[in-house]
Design a protein around this ligand. Structure first.
Ligand code: ZN
Ligand code: ZN
Length: 298
């Protein structure tokens, strides 16, 4: 009797749900098409039409920004620390575009709802600038991944180093400053609509809802990290690192010393570069820059 009842329940459940169950195991052959169909329906909502102009604007602003910074660093000296050795002294070398606009790369997906990339598949997917992948998934027009936009390094040389008048330099600085603001605010808008992740341990970025399972080289130095990413919602700074630098104000000594560190101001590298080239800086940066702050005691 008990057996008969169970069989009846099973039968009813089968009719009700439209799928078959073998004991507690799900029949994946039948479920899979249903899941895929749901994903396809979800994918139809993307890209969100209203966001396509934003994605295009981000692509354009990024190109202007790269061009502007590449020009400005030919006239405004930029130094980067090559090696910070155990003796605590910096080793300064000439800075490049990548020292100002830090490259952040990610896997390029054919479709934002595709299966999670496994560690063994890590070489099957192209690595591309994360912001461009975001724009691609957001429906930006055109071919985003040509050779010149994939690699930001080496882009310096493509800009002809002609001499600029003071006025021209100022104008490039102003356009570059505007492009930086437009770029960041556009990425911010896209991140409100599109899912993007960042790993808490290794800062790897993933554009899309899933994250991935590929471990990348160079991340094992993080102590206690067991080889799985811990994905969190990505913010603008994860995709567009502001690269905060120390800045020297007129009231500071010619070379910043470690003992004055509580007094000096900071700024995103791009903002400082544009300001030194004569651009007007948005007020929101003034506080961080400590424009009117006291000089360090002598
Ligand atoms: Zn250093
Ligand atoms: Zn990670």
């Amino acid at each position: 009797m008990a057996l008969k009842q169970r069989k009846l329940c099973y039968h009813l459940w089968e009719n009700f749900s439209g799928c078959r169950f073998y004991s507690s195991r799900v029949d994946w052959d039948k479920l899979r098409p249903m899941i895929l169909e749901r994903i396809k329906r979800r994918a139809k909502d993307y890209p969100v039409r209203a966001m396509i102009p934003v994605a295009n604007d981000v692509v354009n602003a990024r190109a202007l920004l790269i061009e502007g910074v590449s020009s400005l660093i030919k006239f405004i000296p930029v130094k980067a620390c090559k090696r910070h050795a155990k003796n605590q002294f910096h080793t300064w070398i000439d800075g490049t575009l990548n020292d100002i606009l830090v490259p952040v790369e990610t896997f390029h997906l054919q479709n934002m709802f595709q299966d999670v990339i496994t560690h063994d598949q890590r070489f099957d997917f192209e690595r591309v600038p994360a912001v461009l992948e975001l724009c691609y998934q957001a429906g930006a027009n055109g071919c985003l991944y040509n050779s010149s936009s994939t690699s930001e390094a080496g882009k310096n040389d493509s800009v002809v180093a002609k001499s600029l008048s003071q006025h021209e330099l100022m104008s490039v600085a102003r356009l570059t400053m505007e492009a930086w603001e437009r770029f960041r605010s556009g990425v911010q808008k896209l991140l409100l609509v599109y899912p993007a992740k960042v790993c808490k341990y290794c800062s790897e970025v993933h554009i899309g809802p899933s994250g991935h399972k590929a471990r990348l080289c160079g991340v094992f130095k993080y102590e206690g990290w067991r080889g799985t990413h811990l994905w969190q919602k990505a913010k603008v700074d994860d995709l567009v690192p502001p690269k905060i630098i120390w800045r020297r104000r007129p009231q500071d000594p010619p070379v910043l010393l470690d003992k004055g560190r509580e007094f000096y101001g900071h700024a995103p590298a791009v903002v400082e570069l544009c300001m030194q080239a004569g651009a007007t800086i948005p007020v929101k940066y003034f506080c961080m820059m400590k424009m009117q702050g006291f000089p360090p005691p002598p």
